[in-house]
Design a protein around this ligand. Sequence first.
Ligand SMILES: *[C@@H]1O[C@H](CO)[C@@H](O)[C@H](O)[C@H]1NC(C)=O
Ligand SMILES: *[C@@H]1O[C@H](CO)[C@@H](O)[C@H](O)[C@H]1NC(C)=O
Ligand SMILES: *[C@@H]1O[C@H](CO)[C@@H](O)[C@H](O)[C@H]1NC(C)=O
Ligand SMILES: *[C@@H]1O[C@H](CO)[C@@H](O)[C@H](O)[C@H]1NC(C)=O
Ligand SMILES: *[C@@H]1O[C@H](CO)[C@@H](O)[C@H](O)[C@H]1NC(C)=O
Ligand SMILES: *[C@@H]1O[C@H](CO)[C@@H](O)[C@H](O)[C@H]1NC(C)=O
Ligand SMILES: *[C@@H]1O[C@H](CO)[C@@H](O)[C@H](O)[C@H]1NC(C)=O
Length: 454
Amino acid sequence: MKQLNSSSIQRNNTFSSIFVKFGVCFLFLGLAYRLFSSSFVQFSPVLLGDGGDTGLPVDTTTPPPPRLLAEPPPETTDVDRLVSPASHNASQNFTETCDLFTGEWIPDPNGPMYTNTTCRTIESPQNCMKNGRPDFDYVYWRWKPKDCNLPKFDPKKFLNIMRYKSLAFIGDSIMRNHVQSLLCMLSPVEEAVEIYHDKTYRNRRWSFPTHHFTVSVIWSPFLMKAFTFEDDNGVSTGLIKLHLDEVDPVWTNAYEDLDYVIIAGGKWFLKSALYYENKTLVGCHNCHNENITQLGFGYAYEKALSSTFKFMADSKKEKNKTPFILFRTSAPDHFENGEWDTGGYCNRSRPFKMGEIEINDTDEIMRRVELGEFERAYSSFNDGEVSLMKMFDPTMLSLLRPDGHPGVYREFHPYEGKGRDAKIQNDCLHWCLPGPIDSWNDLIMEMLVKDSKL
Ligand SMILES: *[C@@H]1O[C@H](CO)[C@@H](O)[C@H](O)[C@H]1NC(C)=O
Ligand SMILES: *[C@@H]1O[C@H](CO)[C@@H](O)[C@H](O)[C@H]1NC(C)=O
Ligand SMILES: *[C@@H]1O[C@H](CO)[C@@H](O)[C@H](O)[C@H]1NC(C)=O
Ligand SMILES: *[C@@H]1O[C@H](CO)[C@@H](O)[C@H](O)[C@H]1NC(C)=O
Ligand SMILES: *[C@@H]1O[C@H](CO)[C@@H](O)[C@H](O)[C@H]1NC(C)=O
Ligand SMILES: *[C@@H]1O[C@H](CO)[C@@H](O)[C@H](O)[C@H]1NC(C)=O
Ligand SMILES: *[C@@H]1O[C@H](CO)[C@@H](O)[C@H](O)[C@H]1NC(C)=O
């Protein structure tokens, strides 16, 4: 029985069985998962960290660290920053009376807060309506936690909480998807002004000038220093080299100047890779070399999250301050009858009800690693009564939304001139905008305002 029940998994800390399930991961063998890049454009070779002393070229796309715009925040001391507005009562850690992440999707006749015409920044692969998706039901649902009501995102309140603050989304293309949703939801109050992007638009930063608020998205799909080799079609031309004990400077360089961080690992860890520790090859995942130990992706994921939390805890100790951290659990995909490159599709038009779907073995391994590492790290971020790190856990509520992906409508009018039985690649990983990922912001809003004095 592996119902996705966050509280039971949280209490059940036996990780011993995880590694038994690594067999599953072989299904992912050789998946050069270009869907992970929302634009489906890859650059070759992609360098995710700086070259360090590995002799590889240095990444020139590192964004400058975010800075507060204009004058510094009035009357804000470090102590203030620690307790307010991100004041989170540590006693609410795992025993909150309302678990925001257990519940169901209920009909919402109000529909989304924005459309493809009111929000001008929706990226084309997520702009399902513009791309001709014929059904609209998927935007008329809202997430209802079992024991409480989740208020709708309030852009005015959010921008007020974030006045003079900087927020960064750190991770893979799901983070990019999430930040796009946030920009759309804030746009009725203030439109974001882009103030930085790198060559590939993977690292970007926006400002909300009247609120002195900056939002960045930082591309670091492994969170660790990693070197990937892919051609323009996302097909792997060499094994990824992943350093499991070296955090990726692309985010750590920016980290100390941030007030809020949303960070996650995710599906990139399922890719075939060589694993390094202390600059020494320690093993691999799907490398087809009998001389290299098969460690499996769970091993790498655990090490990477552990190194990430260690960096953040050390930084807090050293600087005596920390950004408020939301650690996001991973978002499952919904490919059916195949993978992204083998005809998998997602054409359901309704959410699942609780119990209609179970988390699958691969996603379950990732989840156990996430919960385990989070729980291990958690106490380092308690500050008296206040917890400065929270788990943002959209895994289950997202699992219930097979209807929210672009599917074939990641392309503009995909069937035009092709006929209905044309073979068209689906995106069953990212989310339509508007779409279910908007509810992630309702949840984040709720996590931020809880206990805040605003
Ligand atoms: C945290 O919650 C407990 C119990 O709900 C309460 O007694 C305590 O005062 C709270 N602390 C803060 C800082 O809000
Ligand atoms: C969660 O809060 C309770 C009550 O304050 C505390 O006893 C427990 O140790 C906390 N758990 C963690 C993992 O910090
Ligand atoms: C918005 O979506 C509608 C379909 O719902 C489409 O007709 C229209 O062209 C789209 N507009 C923009 C600006 O994308
Ligand atoms: C890392 O490698 C160096 C040289 O290869 C060695 O001297 C050192 O002891 C190693 N450190 C750890 C923690 O294994
Ligand atoms: C493994 O090592 C042996 C002995 O050094 C060598 O002959 C063989 O080619 C290696 N296999 C691979 C796949 O590199
Ligand atoms: C479960 O895992 C398989 C591959 O093992 C994958 O195709 C599928 O998309 C995953 N997710 C769900 C929700 O079935
Ligand atoms: C979904 O697509 C499959 C394969 O193309 C098709 O057999 C099925 O009828 C479709 N289902 C819906 C609800 O459109």
